[in-house]
Design a protein around this ligand. Structure first.
Ligand code: MSP
Length: 517
């Protein structure tokens, strides 16, 4: 693989980021950092979705201009991602001039092609989804099943996109490309939704919604949020619908993975794909839908008052680095399934995996190396054994999981070899070997732990970049190593560490809980 691109959904800015938004950005960042270990040219795109009726209304309620609300809240997302070490290459805002200009051109192109047409329409609009719903989408109370609110009856003359024209091509594409929708159990859901699709409204009358991108050839209409929002994935790369696109588009498109939540899969695997087909642009390789994070098993919602931000968690546990939170978000849900955050689970899991299991193993092994060998690795300690095989196998398993966006499952593979190493050191008891004067055997046991921990540090790096860098520093390896460079017997003979250089890898969390009961 010589290039890799990943995108996230772009978040609405009518509120501040919460741990659900963070979950997606962390999963994507971990995936990205892993593929950076396998590939030289990489691009990670994220950003904020800033137009539409919801933002217009929120700003009006606050008595401020929509742009001011967008500027303030978009910055909150950037700040949160900085706090969580989200290593994106570009943060797009749909209010960026370049984005707006390209979206207008995309719209005009589809209009000219006849894939967009004007049509008088009456429909039920859910401002939560920023989408028209058909009566069969509603629950038994006539409400949107996702937002629990009654949609508004809207009657206007709008532009429509001929989604139905692309129905058969999309069905064929999904059936022929089993990796296109991940996890695969979601593909049937999309195929079912495709059965009932209709052409979709892609603009709103300016008299009803004015916070949006104007249709160039008809300024009384604004381009409705989904065509605006979805296009971000290519406007950010400087796609040009009428000529030569920018270098980034040529290098990175199509994206390898587009990471989104299960609630917006339909927009990505149907609407977005049809738009790309209409523009004759290559399709992304995989659309991956993650599940949702609940808090203490409850849906997060402003009305329940249980929305928590990543910063709340970090502050409550006095974390100066985001590694533990990143790790927990990744392991909180099996691939594509819903996960849950609770303070108790968070604390228990990271204390067990990162502090007791991984951190203590390295710490006590380094201390023994200092105690018995003055921190030196001797030529006679260098060996291969069962741990070498396990750690080399783990690399292949981790890669295979990441190919399927199985981020939680990949983490389990890493923790499994740490467990195995803990068992190995307890079974072989280097402290007893030293007491018995079996120094060569004692050194071999410690060596095999360090050699395994080199692999662990590099493999855990995408999840816990700071902890991994700390481990790498103590093991004297380069944290920016590619996965292909991981080999048996990476540690050479010589001084590994001074006692004074040994640092704990991760301190147990014992602070107060984040959610005050
Ligand atoms: N703006 C649209 C996406 C446009 S993409 C071209 C949107 N924004 S959102 O702010 O409502 O959601 C952004 C992402 O966060 C979505 O992928 C959504 O699934 C995800 N999540 C929002 N709440 C979440 C949880 N509680 N848990 C996990 N992910 C959640 O949709």
């Amino acid at each position: 693989m010589n290039k890799f691109m990943v995108t996230t959904a772009i978040d609405y800015v009518n509120g501040a980021p919460h741990i659900g938004h963070a979950f997606e950005k962390i999963l994507t960042d971990v995936l990205f950092r892993h593929f950076k270990q396998r590939c030289d040219k990489t691009f990670f795109l994220t950003g904020t979705d800033e137009h539409g009726i919801k933002i217009q209304k929120t700003a009006a309620t606050m008595g401020i201009e929509p742009k001011q609300l967008c500027d303030e809240n978009s910055q909150k997302f950037k700040d949160a991602w900085a706090l969580l070490d989200i290593n994106y290459d570009k943060f797009i805002r749909t209010t960026d001039e370049q984005h707006k200009k390209i979206v207008q051109e995309i719209f005009e192109k589809l209009l000219k092609k006849g894939d967009i047409y004007k049509h008088k329409y009456e429909g039920l609009y859910c401002s939560g989804c920023e989408s028209f719903l058909s009566p069969k989408d509603l629950d038994e109370n006539g409400c949107c099943p996702i937002h629990g609110k009654k949609p508004e009856l809207v009657s206007e003359e709008n532009y429509f996109f001929k989604l139905t024209k692309y129905k058969d091509a999309i069905i064929k594409y999904i059936k022929e490309n089993p990796d296109f929708i991940m996890p695969s159990f979601r593909a049937n859901e999309v195929l079912n939704q495709l059965e009932n699709i209709e052409d979709i409204s892609v603009s709103r009358a300016k008299s009803n919604v004015n916070w949006g991108i104007e249709v160039k050839s008809d300024p009384e209409q604004v381009i409705y949020v989904w065509i605006d929002a979805l296009s971000n994935y290519i406007t950010a790369l400087n796609y040009n619908p009428n000529g030569e696109s920018g270098e980034n588009f040529k290098t990175f498109w199509p994206a390898n993975f587009q990471i989104i939540g299960k609630d917006i899969l339909k927009f990505h695997s149907i609407y977005w794909i049809a738009i790309l087909m209409a523009l004759e642009v290559e399709l992304p390789k995989t659309i991956y839908a993650h599940g949702w994070i609940t808090i203490d098993k409850n849906k997060m919602s402003k009305s329940t008052g249980n929305v928590i931000s990543p910063k709340t968690v970090m502050d409550a546990f006095e974390l100066s680095e985001p590694d533990a939170f990143r790790y927990f978000m990744c392991v909180s849900a099996p691939s594509g399934k819903d996960g849950n955050y609770s303070d108790e689970d968070f604390k228990e899991r990271v204390n067990a995996d990162l502090a007791n299991n991984m951190g203590n193993l390295l710490n006590r092994s380094l201390n023994m190396l200092c105690k018995y060998f003055d921190g030196n690795i001797l030529e006679e300690h260098i060996c291969e054994n069962i741990l070498t095989a396990s750690s080399m196998n783990a690399i292949a398993k981790v890669k295979a999981h990441f190919d399927k966006v199985e981020i939680s499952e990949a983490a389990s593979e890493i923790i499994n070899i740490v467990d195995e190493a803990n068992k190995f050191i307890n079974d072989n008891a280097p402290w007893t070997l030293a007491k018995e004067g079996k120094m060569r055997e004692c050194g071999e046991v410690l060596y095999s732990i360090f050699d395994l921990m080199c692999k662990v540090a590099i493999l855990i790096y995408p999840y816990c970049p700071n902890i991994a860098a700390n481990m790498a520093q103590q093991l004297k390896i380069d944290i920016n190593m590619k996965l292909d460079e991981l080999k048996p017997k990476m540690i050479k003979a010589g001084k590994l560490i001074e006692k004074s250089e040994i640092q704990p890898v991760f301190l147990r969390l014992d602070s107060e809980f984040a959610v005050k009961k």
